[in-house]
Design a protein around this ligand. Structure first.
Ligand code: XIL
Length: 331
């Protein structure tokens, strides 16, 4: 089978953890082999989220992220930073912080600036050009709950315009790193998509720095992929970079199967193909930031649910499933 990065005209990513990269078990050797063979971009599944870094005021633990950056530098990967702010990754001390809103806001500002500045330090040479290893950040993840602003702690404490503030703070810490807004159901939920695109267009009108939009793209076998091309087109119309940032395809969304069946495997192949194909066809080359897949083996997926879904491209031995053939055909 062909390697994904060899068939694509844009970066192809997957997720890693510092633990996996450090481990020399047979499984993890195999994991690294597949990673290096098929991919040229990496995202930390959890290690670069706030809860893993922000230990207290002015207290940051960048060690896991640093290990990932070191691996990337050695093996020629681009790193996509994920994610500075997310309502599901708040350290408990910050969750329970009893100071004023202004103090809370300053803590988050300091966090964003310190983290972006720290990961701007490592550079590497790719295609004869000097670049930072961490080329981009998801500045904020999942601000929208359908077409309403999610009532997250950040919204409550910093205000309705907190997303704009986060982008501004990130830009102050690094003039060059690409800044992304990331969310799920940007395809498939037109009213949510409109709310997000309105926000992004407001950013542009008001000179809030933003470079790209991440469409998570957690699909399933029933997903109405017919609207994928419209959805991607709408995102392309912003003129920003477009990243499919967390692609996976559940096959047991309806909880109807107890093992991975051939029928569902085929639908999954088609869904992966459609996602890759629509991206390739609809996004102009200069807006293609890449496609990142959210995991390797089915059993490692956040969607595995104790063995009742099979959302990814590799089986337990890292052999490619037919979904991989779908990706290759779509790219
Ligand atoms: C998930 C990880 O895969 C899990 O290991 C973790 O327990 C929770 O987060 N959207 C995102 C990702 O933006 O960060 C999430 O990753 C999956 C959903």
């Amino acid at each position: 089978t062909e390697n994904l990065k060899d068939v694509a005209d844009f970066p192809i990513g997957n997720i890693v953890s510092a633990n996996r990269l450090a481990s020399t078990s047979a499984t993890n050797q195999k994991f690294k082999e597949v990673l290096n063979q098929e991919f040229n971009s990496i995202t930390a599944e959890n290690d670069m989220k706030m809860a893993n870094i922000f230990k207290g005021p002015d207290d940051y633990d960048f060690s896991d992220g640093d290990a990932i950056v070191a691996y990337a530098k050695e093996n020629g990967f681009r790193v996509h930073g994920h994610t500075l702010v997310w309502h599901q990754s708040i350290p408990s001390w910050l969750q329970n912080f009893e100071g004023t809103d202004e103090e809370f806001s300053t803590l988050v500002e300091d966090y964003v600036k310190a983290t972006v500045a720290h990961f701007a330090e490592e550079t590497m040479t790719a295609d004869g050009q000097e670049m930072t290893v961490v080329a981009s950040w998801d500045v904020v993840n999942e601000v929208w709950d359908g077409s309403s602003l999610r009532n997250s702690l950040f919204r409550q404490r910093i205000g309705d315009d907190y997303a704009a503030k986060l982008f501004t703070w990130a830009r102050e810490a690094d003039p060059d790193v690409k800044l992304f807004y990331n969310d799920y159901n940007i395809a498939g939920e037109p009213s949510k998509r409109n709310a997000i695109l309105n926000m992004v267009n407001n950013f542009k009108t008001n000179n809030v720095p933003i470079d790209g939009i991440g469409m998570q793209m957690h699909l399933n076998h029933n997903w109405p992929v017919d609207d994928l091309s419209t959805a991607i087109q709408d995102v392309v119309a912003t003129g920003l970079l477009v990243h499919i940032s967390e692609l996976d395809v559940k096959v047991n969304y309806d909880d109807q199967i107890s093992e991975f069946t051939e029928d569902r495997a085929q639908v999954q192949e088609e869904q992966y193909q459609r996602a890759a194909y629509n991206y390739t066809q609809v996004v102009p080359a200069d807006q293609q930031y890449g496609i990142t897949i959210w995991g390797f083996r089915d059993q490692d997926s956040w969607l595995y649910e104790g063995g009742s879904d099979w959302a990814l491209l590799y089986d337990e031995d890292f052999n490619t499933k037919i979904a991989h053939r779908g990706m290759v055909a779509g790219l």
